[in-house]
Design a protein around this ligand. Sequence first.
Ligand SMILES: Nc1ncnc2c1ncn2[C@@H]1O[C@H](COP(=O)(O)OP(=O)(O)O)[C@@H](O)[C@H]1O
Ligand SMILES: [Mg+2]
Length: 267
Amino acid sequence: MAALGQLVAGIAHEINNPVNFIAGNLVYAINYTQDLLQLISLYQHHYPAPVAEIKAAIAEMELEFLTTDYLKLLDSMKFGTERIQEIVLSLRNFSRLDESDKKIVDIHEGIDSTLIILQSRLINQQTGQLITIDKEYGNLPLVECYAGLINQVFMNILSNAIDAIFEGFESAYSNLKSPVIRIRTEVTDNRQVVIRIADNGTGIPKDIQKRLFDPFFTTKPVGKGTGLGLSISYQMVVEKHCGQLQCISTIKEGTEFIITIPVELNS
Ligand SMILES: Nc1ncnc2c1ncn2[C@@H]1O[C@H](COP(=O)(O)OP(=O)(O)O)[C@@H](O)[C@H]1O
Ligand SMILES: [Mg+2]
C-alpha cells in the first residue's frame, strides 16, 4: 500500500507540471483569440467588400462558424484542464501515504478529495441514477493523524456505501427512495473527532454484522470484493489511531459507519 501511495504521489507530481503549463497558457490563448477575432470583425466592418481571394478563403474556412466555435472550444479545454488539476490535487492529498509521518490535517479536505476520486462512481452507468452527497460538516479542529491512512479509511467506507446503494437500488423495495450518502462530522467535549458516513443502501443482516471486520470476509462476487477494506480500516482506526470504528445497520434501510479518532495522537 505504501509503494502504491508513492507511485500515485509520483505520477500526480509529474502530471502537475505540464498541466500547469497548459492551464497557464490557455488564459493567454483565450485573450489573444478574443483580440484577433475582434480585429477580424473590425476589418470586416471597415472593408465590407474584400478581394476575391479573401472572400474565397472566408468561405473555405467557414469563418462565421469558426468564430463562434473557437472560443467555445478553448473554454472546454479550460474546463478539462481544471478538472485534471482538481484530480491531481486530490490524488496528492489522498496519497499522503508516508505512513511513518503524522501530520496535522483538515479532515474535511481528506473526505472531499476522496469524494472527487470517487466521483465517476457516484453515477450508475447502467441506470443513470445519481447518488447525492449530503454533507453536514461540523466545526472541526485540525487533527493530528496519519493522513494517508485515514483517507484510505474514507475511501473504503465510501466505496462500500456506493456498492450497497447500487445493489439495493436494483431491487424493488427501494423505488421510493433516492440514493444518498450522508456525511456528518463533529468534535466531542473530550477532544474526539467523530465522522459518520451513512448510506441508504441494502443494509447488513445481523449475522453478517459480526463478521464485517474479519479479513477476507466479503459478500461480493469474485473479482469485485476482496474482503479487506473493512479489516484494514479497522486496523488503521483502532490500532494506528487508538480510535473506534462502529457500524449500525438496518436491513433494507441502510448502514452507518462511525469513525472516532482523537484530535491529538499520543505516541
Ligand atoms: N455500507 C455497507 N452496506 C452494506 N454492506 C456493507 C457495507 N459496507 C460493508 N458491507 C459488507 O461488508 C463486507 C466486507 O466489506 P469490505 O471489507 O470492504 O470488503 P469488500 O468490499 O471487498 O467486500 C462487504 O462484502 C459487504 O457485505
Ligand atoms: Mg470494500
